[in-house]
Design a protein around this ligand. Structure first.
Ligand code: NAP
Length: 315
């Protein structure tokens, strides 16, 4: 099991976030010569993250893209191959498995799925029309445009607070709109946000509409208090939506077993899916922990599972 035979890869890894890259590192070190199909959004959600303070090994923190770059280079050093094409279809009905991109078809004896998760939107028509025109899901990418401006952030989890804290470096005022009167975020993030003089909260409230579609920019949000049904308007120049994520599993619908929320189901204490030879790791199969370090951990598990699976076939 030293090299890929007849253009059939031992392992194809779909997705290049911390899970996929860690799977690449481990399978490369096992001499499996993995192919990582990263897609155009290589790096996953870490590419949109500011300082990561809780990835072990970085006492002073590290930013997301830098961490991705390091693991990428580490996997490459041991022979992992990378291509930046978007997977459009898979055929897991028989082996070798087939993975299709616009440009090519790749074949593999095993596949590791690590396609991660994407931002959830409010799904208001006005929101969809104003994405990139004042509506954003990435403070790291867009905060700079809101120097001395007023912005709102929707959500009550760690993402919402992280985005808000980052926005305070630029914006004049950050208003967090949360649908309950209690935050879901970790205590340390709550303390930081509550202490920040630029941040204020509007509780028990949802965004009903974003103005002004006609003008092609954000000028205000229309809010509804869920306790009183009272409607109000808050003027703002931008809105950041940070209400969580959904798994990137469209490609695998009706192919791999998914749970009610659309996450890939893996067999207990392993990364085995319902198809022998197909493994899943990272946020695409985890709606509980969803951390870079747990994604990396399951990436390692997937690599070991794939390696042992291939070995068992050779005996
Ligand atoms: P999350 O923990 O699922 O929080 C989502 C928030 O959005 C919740 O407060 C939820 O309200 C609200 N929400 C969901 N759907 C909504 C809707 N349709 N309308 C209005 N509000 C809605 O997601 P997350 O904040 O993205 O965090 C995901 C994971 O990543 C967590 O485990 C988190 O700890 C981790 N994370 C960690 C860091 C860090 O450590 N620095 C940073 C970011 C994320 P309810 O509370 O009412 O459900």
């Amino acid at each position: 099991m030293t090299n890929n035979k007849n253009n059939v890869y031992n392992v194809i890894i779909i997705g290049g976030g911390p899970a996929g890259l860690t799977a690449a590192l481990y399978t490369a070190r096992a001499n499996l010569f993995p192919l990582v199909i990263e897609g155009s959004k290589a790096g996953g959600q870490l590419m949109l993250t500011t300082e990561i303070e809780n990835f072990p090994g970085f006492a002073l923190g590290i930013n997301g893209p830098e961490l991705i770059d390091i693991i990428h280079k580490q996997a490459e050093r041991f022979g992992a191959q990378f291509i930046s094409e978007d997977v459009i279809k898979v055929d897991f009905s028989k082996r070798p498995f087939k993975v299709f991109t616009e440009e090519n078809t790749y074949e593999a004896r095993t596949v590791i799925v690590s396609t991660g998760a994407s931002t959830k939107w409010l799904n208001l028509p006005s929101e969809q029309k104003l994405i990139g025109k004042g509506v954003s899901s990435c403070a790291t990418c867009d905060a700079y445009f809101y120097k001395d401006k007023d912005v709102v952030v929707v959500g009550g989890g760690d993402s919402a607070l992280e985005e808000s804290l980052f926005l305070t470096k630029f914006a004049n005022k950050v208003t967090i709109i949360h649908r309950r009167d209690e935050l879901r975020a970790s205590k340390i993030m709550q303390d930081r946000a509550k202490k920040n003089p630029k941040i204020s909260f509007i509780w028990n409230t949802v965004v009903e509409e974003i103005k002004d579609v006609k003008a092609g920019r954000v000028s205000a949000v229309i809010l509804k208090n869920l306790k009183t049904n009272k409607i109000s308007e808050v003027k703002c120049d931008g809105i950041f939506v940070a209400i969580g994520h959904e798994p990137n599993t469209k490609l695998f619908k009706d192919i791999l077993k998914l749970d009610q929320k659309g996450y890939i189901v893996t067999q207990q204490r392993s990364t085995y899916t319902n198809i022998k030879g197909v493994f899943a790791c990272g946020d695409v199969q985890d709606h509980i922990y969803r951390q870079a370090i747990t994604a990396a951990g399951t990436g390692c598990m997937a690599a070991i599972d794939a390696e042992r699976f291939l070995e068992s076939e050779e005996h």
